[in-house]
Design a protein around this ligand. Structure first.
Ligand code: NAD
Length: 504
């Protein structure tokens, strides 16, 4: 295909037919139906389980422990008991365990990739890239653990000195989404563990298996019991237990803006620190002077990666008048070339959506777009079973369509026309989300002017991807607060304390 989405396969291409079997073997061998609390693999107190399905076929993958309040409290007890010793460990020792964890992720790269495709659906090559992304975060924080530097500053009297220290915030709760079921867990836990915090993870109910696999690797790497816990099950009581408990000093959440807002309120009662990575609504701006082929290739990756289910996916493509017709023609042609199918099949570029609710949501947005006069340009046929959505480009859509403010989270690409630079900036900034944006232009002055004006935490310039484990990823406005990646990501899990010292 011409999209470049699946180009340059990463090592270890498993024969596709064995991918699902490989995931099933991992689930069985590692006992991933149980949750991981205080260094033990546990079933729910009630004995209840929740079914996890393969979204490409709708077939059952595993039964996982369906836990509630009591198990969440037990995980907090474990994390609170383990915290003092973990915080007191030499940073160097924590770094050693983190690096071992990272090494195990590399060793099991192919198994983890198969597990991602099995429970989340993304094409296997993209799943491999997700594992590589997780490895990059574990690696970065295996190094960064030792760099929680403090500062000194001049006192305000001759015999005074000020010393600024950084200390772990305490027990951290991490609630993660299903779209990057492995990386989202590691992106939160690696810096938290590096900082000296203990963690209770509550993964998304559609994709708990990757989080449990990460816990298995944490156990193998030698994190002490209670430092890393994963509680699977009913999100509302588990989240309530996590937010109600005073001993949990921070909540790091990635997910929808609606749930994030509720959790911020729930954290107010105990004045927890929060890091909120919420929904995006990325504008993708193509100026007349852009390189046409680069802009189309970048938009294809930004739009269709993970079947359009990323928080940084182009949700609104804005193309300037002079290049509009050429861009639309090429983008539609490239969309028609995209192969939709089971993520384990060679050549699949677009997998299924996560579940039937996701399909129903995009159908609602498509109906609204049709009603408002949007012109649809259909892509390839989709498999008969599984939660697939046909790749679709929509043109001539008015700005009041529901998908202008709402995230599509599907392989659906609305393209809007604009005339001036000022109009592009105003359109881009006219929504509540502010996570990522993209800009294609070859004029250095224009690039700086527009990039500075865009109200987002990340700007991709002549590039449809922006991930970097060392860079401060996060949003502004209703896309949340807090940053993940680099030393900014470590600082989220550290409190700053200063000592005012009299030299008497
Ligand atoms: P979601 O908010 O439905 O779920 C996220 C997590 O919250 C899951 O673990 C879920 O079980 C839990 N949850 C759901 N309802 C809850 C409640 N009432 N109380 C407590 N916890 C609850 O989001 P999702 O559908 O899993 O993920 C998609 C969303 O996540 C999109 O909006 C996407 O943009 C966003 N996202 C953001 C980033 C980012 O870094 N900003 C990254 C990935 C995804």
């Amino acid at each position: 295909s011409s999209t470049g989405l699946n180009s340059a396969p990463v090592r270890g291409n498993a024969p596709h037919l064995s991918g699902l079997d490989r995931a099933r073997a991992l689930i069985r061998d590692w006992g991933l139906g149980r949750a991981y609390i205080n260094g033990e693999w546990r079933r729910a107190d009630s004995g209840e389980t929740i079914e996890v399905f393969d979204p490409a076929t709708g077939k059952l993958l595993a039964d996982v422990a369906f836990m509630r309040t009591s198990e969440a409290r037990r995980a907090i007890d474990a994390a609170a008991s383990a915290f003092p010793a973990w915080a007191a460990e030499l940073a160097k020792s924590r770094a050693t365990i983190l690096r071992r964890w990272r090494g195990l992720m590399e060793e099991y790269l192919e198994d983890l990739a198969c597990l991602i495709t099995a429970e989340q659906g993304k094409p296997l090559d993209q799943a491999r890239r997700e594992v590589i992304g997780a490895i990059a975060y574990a690696e970065w924080y295996g190094e960064e653990a030792r760099r929680a530097y403090g500062q000194t500053m001049p006192g305000n009297q001759p015999d005074r000195r000020v010393v600024i220290q950084k200390q772990p915030v305490g027990v951290v709760a991490a609630i993660t989404p299903w779209n990057f079921p492995l990386t989202m867990v590691v992106r939160k836990c690696a810096p938290a563990l590096a900082a000296g915090c203990s963690v209770v993870v509550k993964p998304a109910e559609d994709t708990p298996l990757c989080a449990l696999a990460v816990a298995k690797l944490a156990e193998m790497a030698g994190f002490p019991a209670g430092v890393f816990n994963v509680v699977t099950g009913n999100p509302i009581p588990i989240a309530q237990a996590l937010t109600d408990d005073f001993r949990v000093r921070m909540l790091s959440f990635t997910g929808s803006t609606a749930v994030g807002k509720r959790l911020i309120v729930q954290c107010a009662d105990t004045v927890k620190k929060t890091a909120m990575e919420l929904g995006g609504n990325a504008p993708f701006i193509v100026m007349d002077d852009a390189d046409l082929d680069d802009a189309v290739a970048g938009a294809m990756i930004s739009k269709y990666r993970n079947s359009g289910q990323t928080c940084v996916c182009a949700n609104r493509i804005f193309v300037q008048n002079g290049i509009y017709d050429a861009f639309v023609e090429k983008f539609i042609a490239a969309t028609r070339d995209m192969r939709v199918g089971n993520g384990f099949e060679d050549g699949s570029e677009i997998g299924p959506l996560i579940n039937s609710r996701a399909v129903a949501k995009v159908e609602r947005l498509l109906n609204d777009a049709r009603k408002r006069g949007g012109v649809f340009h259909d892509g390839a046929d989709i498999p008969a079973q599984g939660y697939f959505v046909r790749p679709t480009v929509i043109t001539d859509l008015p700005l009041d369509a529901d998908c202008f403010e709402e995230e599509l989270f599907a392989p659906v690409a609305p393209i809007y026309r604009f005339e001036t630079e000022a109009e592009a900036i105003a359109l881009a900034n006219s929504v509540k989300g502010g996570l990522s944006s993209y800009l294609y232009s070859r004029d250095i002055g224009r690039i700086h002017r527009i990039a500075e004006a865009l109200q987002t935490g990340v700007v991709g310039i002549n590039d449809g991807t922006t991930s970097h484990e060392g860079a401060p990823f996060g949003g502004v406005k209703e896309s949340g607060h807090g940053r993940e990646g680099g030393h900014w990501g470590l600082d989220e899990y550290l409190e700053v304390k200063y000592l005012n010292i009299a030299l008497t």
